[in-house]
Write a protein that binds this ligand. Structure first.
Ligand SMILES: [Zn+2]
Ligand SMILES: [Zn+2]
Length: 260
């Protein structure tokens, strides 16, 4: 059986005020927030965990000029670095449906979409204060933005509980930021497991100080999920990859490099 390989797909960066990254922290300093997707080349198929933001959507619905993304940093641009196209992806797993994690789903025109069953419900009926972060609905299909995307009609598979969806591909429930949030751990042959927090924890500093991000639907569950991430990392001796951590992001290796 072939060995699993993993590539980080750079998705450009957004910025946020410090109090948004660390709940109630008294600072309006702007912090850079890189985004990325994770491509898993596995014996059972090609999986993608999160797909970043769509720049046109960001400019229209979130804040004009609040994000940077070159053509090379789109999902098609990143897959091209690896000699792949969106239609080569078999499964898209979404940690959750905030706009900066599902904006590129629509490029994966042939993929089955996997998520937590609570997350699909949360995205359909967000709390009023969550509406703007759930504003990119293109992951649902049926609203093609370009002729070559008209065939995008996603099939959803929903899960609950912790799951090993393919050998060495683990989803761990980490709710709080959203109701149906999953973090991902990958077991590889030649290195420590990789634990991708997604938005259960934006940064190393957040985990070290146990400061939640301001965006959350249940802070108590969010806090427990951060503790859970620490426990998982310790149990499996996993290396943690944070969702939006500019300091650490610089040392992550990105496509066309493969982790294996
Ligand atoms: Zn989020
Ligand atoms: Zn995010």
């Amino acid at each position: 059986m072939k060995n699993t390989q993993v590539a980080l797909l750079d998705g450009g960066e957004m910025s946020a005020k410090e109090y948004q990254v660390y709940w109630n922290y008294p600072s309006e300093k702007l912090i850079s927030m890189p985004t990325y997707g994770v491509l898993i080349d596995h014996a059972d198929g090609r999986f993608m965990f999160d797909t970043g933001f769509d720049l046109a959507h960001f400019n229209k619905a979130i804040a004009p000029k609040g994000a940077l993304q070159s053509q090379r940093q789109t999902i098609p641009g990143q897959l091209d670095l690896l000699g792949l196209r969106g239609s080569d992806i078999n499964y898209v797993i979404n940690s959750h449906y905030h706009f900066d994690h599902c904006g590129g789903n629509k490029h994966c025109t042939h993929a089955t979409t996997i998520c937590h069953k609570c997350e699909l419900e949360a995205a359909a009926n967000p709390e009023p204060f969550e509406k703007f972060v759930y504003s990119d609905r293109s992951f649902e299909g049926g609203q093609a933005t370009a002729p070559d995307l008209e065939i995008y009609t996603p099939r959803f598979e929903t899960l609950s509980g912790d799951q090993e969806i393919a050998k060495g591909v683990h989803l761990f429930e980490t709710p709080g930021h959203t109701l149906g949030h999953y973090s991902l751990m990958l077991e590889l042959s030649n290195r420590r497991p990789m634990l991708f927090t997604a938005d259960a924890c934006y940064t190393q500093k957040g985990l070290d100080t146990m400061m939640l991000a301001s965006a959350h639907v249940d802070p108590v569950r969010g806090y427990k999920s951060m503790l859970r991430l620490k426990e998982i990392a310790e149990k499996y001796d996993a290396e943690i990859f944070f969702a939006h951590d500019a300091e650490n992001y610089g040392r992550y290796l990105k496509a066309p490099y493969w982790y294996s």
